[in-house]
Design a protein around this ligand. Structure first.
Ligand SMILES: *Cc1c(COP(=O)(O)O)cnc(C)c1O
Length: 354
């Protein structure tokens, strides 16, 4: 039996302060307006002008040759790995990576790669660790083909890879003839917080994607970027997997709207995350990690609670948080305001005291 994500118990009030995930953002009225006005065509046939406009924007933003619009970030990772690798190849990635933990075992089920998990604080590893992971090229060892990083590192705490470190690990990979792939689900959070242009942040990566359904607030969609040859091959996988769409411009319009209106404001989410971390750090027994971006991870064992207990108590007060890697994760986004943060800190304090 496969469990669906837990629903609020019967009788729980509606969620007023939704810190569960930045995926929970609702399209704003202005975003819906943009979607309604979108010019559309048959995306699968290459006839949707709004999807073309989005892919052109992404090519410029990321400094790559080509881009393809996909329904989800997970499909971007799956298609990128299918395109870079063959069955039996090895991908080097962090032990906390999304491809290992949150894609339903798809790399065993579909891509046929094995993943070598590297350790390291905050979802990151060093160039020396990549060097140490290089296998001899013998008929015994799996052929290593791809290095994968997450910017920001989700389970790593929404942590930002420093640009120099991104470039160093990519240089080791390229030195071995491997390709490099960046899971940029929250790439713009990293760019806004670090003050680094996206094209500079991703320059050492052969492929990169951005999710529009996290802090950017669109209802669906992600864009995978890379060389023209890479994207040509990715399109074949998109077709094979059933990811080719029809009047997808309705959704691409939301993504374009997000690029225009929801990127700079990520700084507000980061300020709210810092305020939340400050508030939480004053609650006895709570251990908070200093957030780099919009994810705040904290441990409540010292306050005598389990993550699940706290989650249950909070949902009865109209506050949703998630449990990830044995810690509580609270996520700020465009539907979370500064007064909500203040209220949430009070309610978490109350829940832990009870
Ligand atoms: C959310 C997320 C994904 C998957 O994106 P979906 O659009 O939910 O499929 C991949 N990697 C990371 C780091 C994520 O946070």
């Amino acid at each position: 039996m496969v469990h669906a994500p837990a629903r609020p118990p019967a009788g729980a009030p509606p969620v007023r302060i939704n810190l569960y995930s930045d995926t929970q953002t609702r399209p704003t009225p202005a975003m819906k307006e943009a979607m309604m006005r979108a010019e559309v065509g048959d995306e699968q046939h290459g006839d949707d002008p709004t999807v073309h406009a989005l892919c052109d924007r992404m090519v410029t933003l990321m400094g790559k040759e080509a881009a393809v619009f996909l329904p989800s970030g997970t499909m971007c990772n799956v298609i990128a790995i299918l395109t870079h690798c063959r069955k039996g190849d090895e991908v080097v990635a962090h032990e906390t990576s999304h491809i290992l933990h949150s894609e339903g075992g798809t790399h065993a089920a579909l891509t046929g790669v094995q993943i070598m998990p590297l350790t390291g604080p905050r979802g990151m590893f060093t160039a020396d660790q990549v060097r140490a992971a290089i296998r001899p090229r013998t008929r015994y060892a799996p052929p290593q083909r791809l290095l994968e990083v997450e910017q920001t590192a989700n389970i790593g705490g929404g942590a930002i890879w420093p640009l120099a470190q991104l470039n160093e690990v990519a240089a080791v990979a390229h030195g071995q003839g491997w390709a490099t792939h960046m899971d940029g689900a929250r790439l713009m959070n990293a760019c806004v917080a670090a003050g680094i242009a996206a094209r500079d942040m991703v320059a050492s990566y052969d492929s990169v994607w951005l999710d529009f359904t996290k802090g950017l607030g669109a209802p669906l969609g992600a864009v995978l970027c890379g060389s023209s040859a890479f994207i040509g091959e990715a399109w074949r996988w998109k077709q094979r997997l059933g990811g080719s769409m029809r009047q997808a411009g309705i959704c691409a319009a939301a993504c374009l709207y997000a690029l225009d209106h929801h990127v700079d404001r990520l700084a507000e989410d980061h300020a709210n995350a810092r305020a939340l971390a400050r508030g939480l750090s004053q609650i006895p027994g709570v251990a908070v990690e200093e957030p780099d971006t919009n994810l705040v991870f904290f441990d409540v064992k010292g306050a005598g609670s389990t993550v699940e207990e706290l989650q249950r108590k909070l949902i009865l007060k109209g506050v949703a948080v998630s449990a990830l890697g044995g810690r509580v994760r609270a996520c700020t986004h465009l539907d979370v305001t500064a007064p909500m943060i203040e209220e949430a800190v009070g309610l978490i304090r109350e829940a832990l005291a009870a």
